[in-house]
Design a binder for this molecule. Structure first.
Ligand code: OXD
Length: 309
């Protein structure tokens, strides 16, 4: 069986090696060297050029290298009848939870304030408080949100989570649906967005959400840029409704050089760096799905296209 690997961000050599260690008969073709497209039965992709997957006449499965599949689903030529699988990989989940903890700790220990004070050469101590005094709210309790919530709870933070349907996670106060949205937000000091991007969640991080948070809350968006209404964030930071924001994802990536976020004193930017899948563990998941594809067994982590994740 031939698999097409296409990603501008992942190492094709490491992935090919890791896949072939598990499936020695697998032929891996690395975009743009497709060879005969008719021989390709599976594709492992991140941000493939629109139309690429539709050009493979015998494709039987699409595996995403990322947890989020919104960009794939936005391609109008994406073959409708071929299973699309999300990446659910322990290394991706662990690196996301680690990044969430990093930023929550940073806000909890007021490093954003100290960085601002440093710019003014100002020496002023903010008395530390215990983690239980910081309420962290996770928007999204899927694979990544739930793992992050558990890690935060283990560190002693007061953790709340909000999702479309009810979840039960030990140590986490779980809220669900539009009717519990206000109650979820009411006491959140650090809001972390880890939602999938769907028509329902696009623009969900907006002025009306900020108004429901306690004044001076901090925001961490690690999901997708389109969850956030950019001008609403700038306004909320200007009025002090929000104290600070950390953004890893943007509507346009790379973030254009003249974008106001770059130079804003109360925004921290990272270049879509929160989480990544290591070939050694991610390849295990893909290899298992390739075995299942070969044997005609049900694939793992198939996206519900109507739901969008
Ligand atoms: C993902 C991402 O979807 O890195 O995994 O954004």
């Amino acid at each position: 069986m031939a698999l097409l690997f296409a990603s501008p961000d992942d190492d094709p050599v490491a992935w090919t090696r890791a896949l072939r260690q598990r499936l020695p008969d697998l032929e891996v073709r690395v975009f743009p060297d497709l060879g005969d497209p008719a021989a390709i039965e599976a594709a492992l992709v991140w941000l493939p050029p629109p139309g690429l997957l539709a050009s493979l006449p015998n494709l039987r499965a699409i595996f995403s290298l990322g947890a989020g599949v919104d960009r794939l689903l936005e391609d109008p030529t994406l073959p409708a009848d071929i299973p699309l699988c999300r990446m659910v990989d322990p290394s991706l989940t662990a690196s996301m939870a680690e990044f969430v903890l990093l930023h929550v700790l940073r806000y909890h220990r007021d490093l954003d304030l100290y960085e601002a004070q440093q710019r003014r050469a100002e020496w002023r101590l903010v008395l530390p408080k215990p983690p239980s005094a910081t309420v962290v709210g996770l928007l999204g309790l899927g694979e990544l949100g739930a793992a992050s919530a558990r890690l935060l709870a283990r560190h002693g933070f007061a953790v709340r989570g909000w999702s479309r349907t009810h979840k039960a996670i030990e140590g986490v106060r779980c809220f669900a649906g539009p009717e519990e949205f206000d109650a979820f937000l009411a006491e959140v000091g650090v809001l972390v967005c880890l939602l999938p991007l769907t028509p329902q969640t696009r623009g969900i991080v907006n002025a009306s959400l900020f108004d429901r948070l306690p004044a001076g809350a901090r925001l961490v968006n690690l999901a997708r840029g389109a969850h956030l209404v950019e001008q609403d964030l700038l306004d909320a930071l200007d009025t002090g409704r929000l104290a600070h924001a950390t953004l890893d994802v943007f509507v346009q990536e790379p973030l254009p050089k003249d974008h106001p976020f770059w130079r804003h004193p109360r925004i921290t930017i990272t270049p879509h760096a929160a989480s990544y899948s290591l070939p050694e563990s991610g390849a295990e998941i893909v290899a298992e799905n390739l075995r299942r594809l070969r044997d005609g067994r049900p694939l793992l982590h198939v996206v519900d296209r109507a739901r969008g994740y």
